[in-house]
Design a protein around this ligand. Structure first.
Ligand code: AMP
Ligand code: MG
Length: 357
């Protein structure tokens, strides 16, 4: 018998230092925290302001609504209905169509590295059902004939898949949820909040003491250690999302297999990176509109697949406004110039810090 070992590490980003109970500049400023378990992850909302209770409750309801809409493991979700339709045109609603269009855009922009049609491939590796296995190559090759965004037809409020194609929005749904959380914070005029959707972070405003929110980037080499950071991001009105092979993986016969798939091979991406953190500024969003949260989530997954050189090239192209922190397997932390003043390095981490230009 081969021994199988599976792990789910700490979320890639963690709030550091002051959160709920620190000093406040305004003693009247109310604060409310809620923990929500949705989208297969623990979500924490710490919201400040006069309406903090209302926002926190609205955010909780919104997360359940999104899970019911987007989850592929909930039979009655729009995505499950689309996946079960056997190729027929399916009413999924304008919101799901907008998210599918965003997924299509990021797929094109990254040369196919981002691909929400990998559902059946992820399942073959057992990542969806926690039934880990190494699928035979012939099985993967057969599944790969059904993947790619060209197999997805998106209309105003309906979508259709080619027969055998299945959608998994796991790489983008939490980022979209962060966008919806931002829209709620704006609607209720919340002055500050820290939202952490299982490593998809939204730092809204400043901390109560007027400082930027501090968000630690997990050291991918120590995925289970609570205080092992490669750096601390100092963020105000910004999103940050980390993807890494260390976040979910299993071991079989001495080889590690992680959950981020290279759409070109159907195998876990053979990346020279161990994690990718994408940071983007908050924006005003219309109802149902995808924004920087969605962008950060899509790009953190896609640039992990692309690897260091192509990730840097993608950033240099200027196609999207974002900053990033790449952690390489050989022990370097590569940062874009926009983060130099916002990343506190950790001298004892053993990493070598570099800035690209
Ligand atoms: P994330 O944690 O955002 O990096 O997303 C990883 C999840 O997205 C995986 O658990 C899969 O469900 C799915 N996924 C894996 N590989 C890809 C890929 N290349 N493009 C889009 N989604 C992917
Ligand atoms: Mg992602």
């Amino acid at each position: 018998m081969m021994r199988r070992f599976a792990a789910l590490a700490l979320a890639g980003l963690m709030t550091v230092g002051l959160t709920a109970c620190g000093p406040r500049l305004d003693p009247d400023e109310a604060q409310e925290s809620v923990r929500v378990y949705a989208m297969d992850t623990e979500m924490v909302f710490s919201v400040y302001g006069q309406q903090s209770v209302k926002v926190a409750l609205a955010a909780e309801a919104e997360m359940y609504r999104l899970e019911n809409l987007l989850s592929r493991t909930r039979e009655d979700s729009a995505i499950s209905k689309l996946n079960a339709a056997g190729g027929a045109e399916t009413p999924v609603g304008a919101e799901v169509c907008a998210l599918l269009l965003a997924a299509e855009t990021y797929s094109w922009a990254t040369g196919g590295a981002f691909d929400v049609t990998l559902a059946a491939v992820s399942s073959a590796w057992g990542f969806t059902e926690d039934a880990y296995r190494v699928p035979p190559q012939v099985e993967l090759e057969a599944l790969l004939t059904r993947t790619g965004m060209d197999k997805v037809q998106i209309a105003a409020d309906t979508a259709a898949l080619a027969e055998g194609t299945q959608i998994d929005l796991g790489a983008i749904a939490k980022g979209y949820a962060a966008d919806r959380a931002a829209a709620l914070l704006r609607e209720y005029d919340a002055p500050r909040a820290m939202v952490n959707l299982g490593g998809n972070v939204l730092a809204w405003g400043n901390r109560p003491d007027g400082e930027a929110w501090r968000v630690g980037i997990q050291d991918p080499a120590q995925p289970m250690a609570a205080d092992a950071y490669v750096g601390i991001l100092n963020l105000t009105d910004a999103y940050a999302v980390t993807s890494g092979g260390y976040q979910r993986y299993f071991e079989e016969a001495g080889t590690t297999y992680h959950h981020i798939i290279d759409p070109a091979t159907g195998h876990p991406a053979a990346s020279d990176l161990t994690s990718v953190t994408i940071v983007a500024a908050a924006e005003t969003l219309a109802a149902g509109e995808t924004g920087p949260g969605t962008l950060c989530d899509a790009l953190s997954t896609a640039l992990f697949v692309l690897g260091e050189d192509r990730a840097v090239e993608f950033w240099r192209s200027g196609a999207y406004p974002f900053d990033m922190v790449l952690v390489t397997a050989e022990g370097r932390v590569v940062t874009t110039p926009g983060l130099v003043d916002r990343l506190t390095t950790v001298a004892e981490s053993g990493y070598v810090y570099e800035t690209v230009s």
